[in-house]
Design a protein around this ligand. Structure first.
Ligand SMILES: NC(=O)c1ccc[n+]([C@@H]2O[C@H](COP(=O)([O-])OP(=O)(O)OC[C@H]3O[C@@H](n4cnc5c(N)ncnc54)[C@H](O)[C@@H]3O)[C@@H](O)[C@H]2O)c1
Length: 263
């Protein structure tokens, strides 16, 4: 039997990163779970390990270039890396005119810079692998202007450009680079929007053609597809997994409930 493929997931301690790690482990990958919160990711990895999966955990901050390189060297050694998932992310909600510039810089540094840093650090390990693939986490904020999320939305729009640029450049080395753009998925990050009152549950649901929030496992399934052999000719795309929220042109009050719709 061939050696298992190795995957590294950032921000793997909870939420989507944990669901993606779980899915990739079930798919048969050896998974390196990274997170800035060392205790959180150690506990998450312990659970997956107890379930019989081949996982290791490592604490590193995606804003720290040397820390990223050390963590990659410590967990990957000389070995190839088949899959990188740039998932670590942070968000805050403040009116644009009051947005703290230092916070803006931090959101760029984590969400966009982290993806750039981890991708570059992974490059030597990816080029040494068979059929390597990178998946970056975009957002509905890559399509919409999200009021009160100036740092987040700007960074997530940048993820689209970064994904296309790396796909164009690294395709020549056989590395596929794609993005998944989740809609509203029930994770601690989204629930924080309800807690703070920034998100309106009913309005969100009424704007979503599938009329529900997503599950973390549904994002993990999209990542699994993009890094697997069925996506072997797919690169540079942003796969929206959002229940249709970014394609909905419904503006009639009752349109959602009608079987025939006036134009
Ligand atoms: N949940 C959603 O509805 C949703 C929608 C669109 C996009 N996303 C994106 O998916 C990704 C994961 O979102 P989530 O909802 O699971 O978030 P989350 O807040 O639940 O988890 C994020 C994880 O990233 C880690 N992290 C934060 N800063 C880090 C850093 N500097 N270095 C390393 N790790 C760091 C955190 O410790 C945490 O474990 C993010 O990039 C987010 O923008 C989420």
């Amino acid at each position: 039997m061939s050696d298992p493929r190795t995957a590294l997931v950032t921000g793997a301690g909870q939420g989507l990163g944990l669901a993606i790690s779980t899915r990739l482990a079930r798919d048969g990958h050896r998974v390196v779970m990274g997170d800035v919160d060392g205790d959180l990711v150690a506990a998450a990895a312990l659970c997956l390990h107890a379930a019989g999966h081949d996982v290791t955990n490592v604490a590193f901050d995606v804003t720290d270039e040397e820390g990223v390189e050390r963590a990659f060297a410590a967990t990957l050694g000389e070995g190839p890396l088949h899959v990188l998932v740039n998932n670590a992310g942070i968000i805050s909600r403040t009116r644009a005119e009051e947005f703290d510039p230092a916070r803006f810089d931090l959101e760029m540094l984590v969400n966009l810079g982290g993806t750039m840093r981890c991708s570059r650090a992974a490059y030597p390990y990816l080029v040494a692998a068979a059929s390597p693939a990178v998946v970056n986490l975009a957002s509905v904020g890559s399509t919409f202007g999200l009021p009160h999320r100036l740092g987040y939305s700007t960074a997530k729009t940048g993820i689209v450009g970064l994904t296309r640029t790396l796909a164009a450049e690294w395709g020549r080395s056989g590395i596929r680079v794609n993005a998944v753009a989740p809609g509203y998925i029930e994770t601690p990050m989204m629930l924080s929007g309800f807690d703070s009152g920034a998100l309106d549950r009913d309005r969100l649901l009424s704007r979503t053609p599938l009329m529900r929030f997503g599950r973390a496992e549904e994002i993990a399934a999209a990542v699994s597809f993009l890094v697997g052999p069925d996506a072997s000719f797919v690169t540079g795309v942003v796969l929206e997994v959002d229940g249709g929220i970014t394609i909905d042109g419904t503006f009639h009050r009752d349109e959602r409930h009608r079987s025939t719709v006036p134009d």
